[in-house]
Design a protein around this ligand. Sequence first.
Ligand code: GDP
Ligand code: IMO
Ligand code: MG
Length: 441
Amino acid sequence: MIGAQWGDEGKGKITDLLSRSADVVVRPQGGVNAGHTIVVKGQTFKLHLIPSGILYPDTECIIGSGTVIDPKILLQEFDQLERLNVSADNLFISQTAHVTMPYHRLIDQASEEQRGKHKIGTTGRGIGPTYADKSERTGIRVVDLMDADTLRKRLTWAINYNNVILEKLYNLAPLDPEEVIKEYQVYADRLRPHVIDSSLKIYDAIQHRKNILFEGAQGTLLDLDHGTYPYVTSSNPIAGGACVGSGIGPTMIDRVIGVAKAYTTRVGEGPFPTELDGELNQILCDRGAEFGTTTGRRRRCGWFDGVIGRYAVRINGLDCLAITKLDVLDELDEIKVCVAYELDGKTCDHFPGNASEFARCKPIYKTLPGWKTSTEECRLLEDLPKQALDYLKFLAELMAVPIAIISLGASRDQTIIVEDPIHGPKRALLDANGSPVLSST
Ligand code: GDP
Ligand code: IMO
Ligand code: MG
């Protein structure tokens, strides 16, 4: 299950919902830049690293090897769950995931400041520098954290190296290796019982025919290779990233589910063709409570972008979509959908990988009527107002992908399951001609 836009599509809610039928939930990539919100019986859970399947006591949750782990924040999540009486006994952490260190956070924040108006708008959580060290082969992995001698050796070297950067490049105070080692040894002791060979555990679950849900973080357009570079994150949130980040082969993935909002949001810098300003932006932001789960930043809001949607279908090989936050559009007179771009006087119906071309793209809209009535209590397709159903059908046709789930509120029950995306027949949402349909027959 992956985000089909720029993140914050409601992946937490959909993972929680699908976890009912999952034996194992794996988070393959990303770090504490993610913020996944789950609302159950009026109680809100905000998770950064722990997979959103954790609320089910029999579901095993795995933080995979493609993630980067900030142990301090992860342990705060443990504490949060404990306060809410949720057990973390079923949580496992890959031994080969990389660990975010205090210098990663400092360098992330300082480099953003130095970029000035060219900043990326990162979450400031040290994600880019942690992945950079992984690629540079100077990173510290969970397995290193578990061994006091290795930790001391690698961390002393890394801190001395990064202190030069902190002092000379950013004019910041150096870190004391002994202090950091002491701090991280405390984290290591608490995390130790959860550390495993995650690829082996996932493979074993596959061999036992268990249902495994891979919960992507971030979204397709934030993908390091295929997103709106350089305004992206430093991992691969697309479906292909789930294999790399979990240590399993692509033949072991049966279905790919994309999550998209009924409109679009983006947090941080970078081009966003359908972005709105003025009153409409305010309405979407207010009704959708569009403030970042991790940083509290206001999210930029805009109309649904069908070009991005088609791109997400292609790049992830989506089988179906979950459309969230349809209720946010309830009061609008009319709703626009971007069907193509105008690029330098020509129509462009695909996402241009070239960043400067994408920045010049202007949306071409199709306007649809609003439904002007609440959808929050709808539980079946038949309950939806006709205009809302037409809107969803239009999106499905535009992207040539079936919509399997419709979300109409933050709670678990505010959902229409058109077709069970895990157990239902794979092509159930296509008609005899292979066109996407919305009726579950
Ligand atoms: P994620 O990062 O993809 O998990 O999404 P976030 O949790 O960062 O942001 C989605 C926000 O929308 C959260 O506050 C959810 O509780 C909320 N949400 C999810 N689905 C719906 C929905 O269908 N309607 C409304 N109104 N809110 C929703
Ligand atoms: P979830 O999983 C939305 C964005 C940041 C910034 C860019 C790079 O909740 O959907 P980073 O800190 O990763 O180096 O920042 O990526 N970003 C997200 N935007 N949702 C997220 O996660 C995000 N994680 C990172 O705002 O633009
Ligand atoms: Mg989020």
